[in-house]
Design a protein around this ligand. Structure first.
Ligand code: NZQ
Ligand code: ZN
Length: 392
């Protein structure tokens, strides 16, 4: 077991109609002029944006709006947001939407609070020294960005998708009304459930420093998400299931399921970020498509964890050997992905990559992780290529 810092400063306001508290919360955290940032328009169509702006109007809080954050949010819109905030004297950001709107808002926050090019942080050239304060109204349970220290942005030039982590961008508050997720397309609900599971699994599949309390919470979280993801396939308007998944999303990525271990593996995410950057696929679907190939490539180097996962999470019966048990667990998770209509390889994801694409992704991935990464198994460029190849 390792020592750890657990820092989750976000005030969570959870339940029906909680979006009505937006103005009150902005005030509580000192916001005087707000940029409301959102995505491609689902919050306009659902009426949520109007309800939020009405609340701010009533409270006399001035604001400007900026929509257009796309899945795999783009750097050009971040620059636009930074200029807008500077011009309008914005001192508080309110992201209304999913991980893309939230991450884009975080990047805008870094850009306003720091001199120079905000991409430098995502390119690991320097570290931010602050971020504008940020609140969130969450509309999809998925990334955990509503409590996380992470922001993932795609630079159009070269299609480079990179994440930057720092505590400065952890939201001040997160409004979570599970009802807001009921307008999601089924595919996005399933993508979100997959991403939530992956944030826990990235931390679970480690070769170092595990803690029983953390493992038990992680396993419970995974089982809960699987149960409720299947309920949502049959009954998308089920409030209880929406609520279970939504809270799991935050807990899976606020650091809780990493306490005591070595920080996790994270290679499934790094490989997916290359798919997202090059093919613009939905993040959760990309993770599902690559996970099985990653797992089969690394499981022998992290056998006790894969065995435990098979028995405690996937509920498989022990097989003749630990390796067989581990493989049964991997197969069981892929079966689950199929049941919630997620892809289990690149073909099912709709990606037909050329040899050159596979090499390009492996190379960019290796550069992005400074040569090698992984805790279940340390992976280098040749390993990354082999996993992409196997996922065809
Ligand atoms: O853009 P709009 O019109 O809002 O539509 C979105 C988008 O098309 C739609 N949607 C969201 N809420 C909805 C809704 N449609 C109907 N009703 C609703 N209530 O769903 C689509 C996906 O939204 P998006 O915000 O892109 O999804 P998600 O939350 O999965 O975010 C994905 C991005 O976050 C990054 C991913 O890489 C990807 O770029 N990640 C961020 C992390 C973090 N900051 O901690 C960690 C993750 O591992 C991840 O990398
Ligand atoms: Zn993720």
């Amino acid at each position: 077991m390792y020592g750890f810092n657990y820092y989750t400063p976000t005030k969570v306001v959870f339940g029906k109609n909680t979006e009505a508290k937006a103005a009150e919360l902005i005030r509580e955290f000192g916001g005087k002029k707000v940029l409301i940032h959102y995505g491609g328009g689902s919050v306009v169509r659902s009426g949520l944006l109007k309800r939020v702006t009405d609340t701010l109007d009533e409270a006399g809080i001035p604001y400007v709006t900026l929509g257009g954050a796309v899945p795999n949010p783009r750097l050009s819109l971040v620059y636009e947001g930074i200029d807008l905030c500077r011009k309008e004297g914005v001192d508080f950001l309110l992201a209304v939407g999913g991980g893309s709107a939230i991450d884009s808002a975080k990047a805008i926050g870094y850009g306003v609070a720091n001199e120079g090019d905000v991409w430098d942080f995502y390119d690991y050239r320097r570290k931010a020294t602050g971020c504008l304060p940020l609140g969130v109204i969450l509309t999809i349970a998925a990334t955990g960005s509503e409590m996380s220290d992470s922001s993932v942005i795609t630079k159009e030039e070269g299609l480079v998708k990179r994440g930057y982590n720092s505590d400065y961008c952890r939201p001040k508050f997160a409004i979570m009304n599970p009802e807001l997720t009921m307008t999601l397309p089924d595919y996005q609900t399933a993508c979100g459930c997959t991403d939530i599971m992956m944030h826990t699994m990235e931390r679970y599949f480690t070769s170092g420093g595990n803690m029983e309390i953390t493992d038990s919470m992680a396993e419970s979280l995974l089982r809960t998400v699987m149960t409720n993801a299947e309920i949502l396939v049959r009954d998308p308007k089920n409030y209880e299931a929406r609520a279970e998944v939504m809270w799991a999303g935050s807990l899976s990525h606020n650091g809780l399921t990493g306490c005591g271990n070595d920080g996790g593996d994270w290679m499934t995410h790094k490989l997916e970020h290359e798919l997202g950057g090059l093919y613009d696929v939905a993040h959760g679907a990309g993770l599902a498509a690559i996970w099985g190939s990653w797992a089969r490539y690394v499981y022998k180097d992290c056998l006790p964890r894969f065995k435990r996962f098979a028995l405690n999470v996937m509920g498989v019966a022990p097989a003749g050997s630990d390796e067989e048990t581990a493989l049964k667990g991997i197969e069981a998770l892929e079966d689950f992905f199929r049941r919630i209509h997620m892809p289990t390889n690149l073909r099912e994801l709709g990606v037909s990559a050329t040899e050159e694409d596979l090499h390009t992704m492996a190379h960019k991935c290796a550069v992005g992780v400074n040569g090698a990464k992984g805790s279940a198994k340390l992976l280098r460029e040749a390993d990354m290529y082999a996993i992409f190849k196997a996922s065809m």
